[in-house]
Design a protein around this ligand. Structure first.
Ligand SMILES: Nc1nc2c(c(=O)[nH]1)N[C@H]1C(S)=C(S)[C@@H](COP(=O)(O)O)O[C@H]1N2
Ligand SMILES: [Mo]
Length: 531
């Protein structure tokens, strides 16, 4: 029983290993794990999917892969115990997965699964037949089984030629040796299967990798190039967040366990749904359109008060209002559901993409092609909206629709359908719990209210009056603004608070709110000790 289960597991591992190796060499779409994973994600009951995302967060896909492997091992073990009938089980499962692969990516995508299953079945039959001749495949203890059982099923006991077999004991030990050989073979097959599978995955990742392509991309010149840091935008106060966030320091949030690798050869943007004229733009089609450059501060709805899921970059791209106008949205449409290459979606108000603000299909970030993790080759950047409702990376589709017809990824999971960025500020320096000397201390940070702008920042020490901070140059309503308040620190423990006022004259709310459903709020506070 245990030996047979081991045979089944070896067969299963050989099946998956062979298939993954072939998928790595031939085509990623044929990976049975990927085919099955996509099918599970697509057809899982909503409740289960929500539970998985809530429980495992962005690791949900990794958990899915591990769960699938565990199930595969269990099913294989059962198939092994079933012996020859187990081969039929493997064949049927193989046909099912091959069929899913064909449905998802064409006939060619079935090759890895078909060859993998054939290899697995071969291993299973080889092992099952041999185990039968060595004593039914029960526990590994030779002699513990009635001699003659092998004969009863009609297979001869294999013995080494020339060996003198004297009676039962010698027969048992020959069978024992043969069994050990079979088990050793199974262990070898399992090991080889694992190595093949890992090699296939590594090869696939290497083949799909677009970083080489990215390095060779020439970005179009923008109409009015911008400096990285407009004059006066950076106060250079020690400890303050720099005005421009370098790509390497830019926060990253997405649901992808492996970063999607989308080649410009395969990339296209389809604008469809409630439009007069559906259009599909390929990479080469972009070149004939004017490229613009804009500084925009991106923020994540999950950013807690005082958190760092916010960054400011110089984005190069194409105006979304112009691209949408080419497709001519129909009256009644009020949402653009943007889709990514990895199946993620965001729902943005059509108005926010067409009201004249600098909503972009971005292809460049701080003078470079988009980093792969930030959406290469193209993503959306919309001033004033949290990333989860606007900033689709690896974007492939703009579906013009209505809020009462479509629901985006995070909205299905309880986050608000609309996500305008709340006015906020952060104290960068002094650091929390800092020990300071009495005297002049620069209290400084950044404040943001994208698309409304920042008009003022005030600082409060303990329960004192709110004092005006000095603001850095006003670059645009769409980027954050640095501020500094020169504090005359006195000995003792103190709490520093800050609050911002937006360009409409509205002070940020003091009401403390958690990030879900539409963004955290409340004044940031820093506790320090002076003296
Ligand atoms: N394809 C895809 N795009 C996505 C996401 C995602 O999970 N998948 N996350 C969004 C969220 S929640 C945010 S805050 C921004 C973050 O962009 P960044 O990683 O470039 O900082 O990307 C958005 N775009
Ligand atoms: Mo986000």
């Amino acid at each position: 029983m245990i030996a047979r289960a081991a045979a089944g597991i070896a067969a299963g591992v050989v099946t998956l290993g062979t298939a993954e190796l072939l998928a790595g060499v031939l085509n990623q779409e044929g990976s049975p794990l990927r085919v099955l994973g996509d099918a599970v994600v697509e057809h899982a009951p909503r409740g289960l999917r929500e539970w998985a995302i809530e429980t495992f967060g962005t690791a949900d896909k990794g958990v899915l892969v591990i769960s699938m492997l565990v199930v595969a091992v269990l099913v294989s073990a059962v198939a092994g115990v079933l012996g020859r009938a187990g081969a039929v089980v493997l064949a049927v499962l193989g046909v099912g997965v091959a069929w899913l692969a064909v449905a998802a990516a064409g006939v060619f995508a079935a090759v890895p699964t078909v060859v993998g299953v054939a290899a697995g079945i071969w291993v299973l039959l080889w092992a099952v037949d041999r185990l039968r001749t060595t004593g039914g495949g029960d526990s590994g203890v030779a002699g513990g089984e009635p001699t003659g059982e092998a004969g009863a099923v009609g297979a001869p006991v294999r013995e080494r030629p020339g060996r003198v077999v004297a009676g039962e004991t010698a027969g048992s030990s020959a069978r024992f040796a043969e069994r050990r050989r079979v088990l050793r073979g199974l262990a070898l097959a399992t090991g080889a299967g694992i190595v093949a599978g890992l090699a296939g995955r590594a090869l696939g990742a290497l083949r799909a990798d677009v970083s080489g392509e990215r390095a060779g991309i020439a970005l179009p010149p923008p109409r009015e190039p911008l400096p990285d840091t407009p004059f006066g935008a950076d106060l250079r106060t020690p400890g303050i967040t720099p005005y421009l966030t370098p790509n390497a320091d830019f926060y990253r949030i997405d649901t992808a366990i492996t970063v999607p690798q989308v080649s410009i050869e395969d990339w296209s943007l389809r604008i469809h749904g409630m439009v007069e004229r559906e259009i599909t733009l390929r990479w080469g089609d972009l070149a004939s359109r004017p490229a613009v450059e804009r500084l925009t501060t991106l923020a994540c709805v999950s950013n807690p008060v005082g958190g760092d899921l916010i960054g400011n970059a110089r984005w190069l791209g194409y105006r979304l209002d112009a691209l949408l106008a080419e497709a001519r949205p129909l009256p009644g449409a009020d949402m653009v559901l943007s889709h990514s290459a990895d199946g993620w979606t965001a729902g943005s108000p059509l108005g926010a993409l067409t009201d004249g603000r600098d909503a972009l299909l971005a292809i460049g970030m701080n003078g470079e092609p988009l980093p792969v993790a930030h959406g290469y080759p193209a993503r959306l950047v919309v001033p004033g909206l949290y990333g989860y409702v606007s900033a689709t990376k690896w974007v492939t589709e703009l579906e013009v629709t209505r809020f009462d017809r479509a629901t985006a990824y995070w909205t299905k999971l309880g986050w608000a359908a609309e996500g305008p960025i709340k006015t906020g500020t952060r104290i960068d320096t002094p650091a929390a719990s800092a020990r300071l000397k009495p005297g002049r201390v620069s209290v400084a940070g950044v404040a943001w209210a994208q698309h409304r702008g920042i008009a003022a920042v005030e600082v409060q020490v303990d329960d004192g009056p709110w004092e005006q901070a000095r603001l850095a140059a006003d670059v645009s309503v769409d980027t954050w603004r640095q501020w500094v308040y020169e504090w005359n620190a006195t000995s003792g423990p103190h709490t520093l608070r800050a609050r911002a006022t937006d360009g409409m004259g509205v002070v940020q709310t003091a009401e403390v709110a958690a990030a879900i459903p539409n963004g955290a709020s409340g004044y940031p506070a820093t506790f320090v000790r002076v003296g």
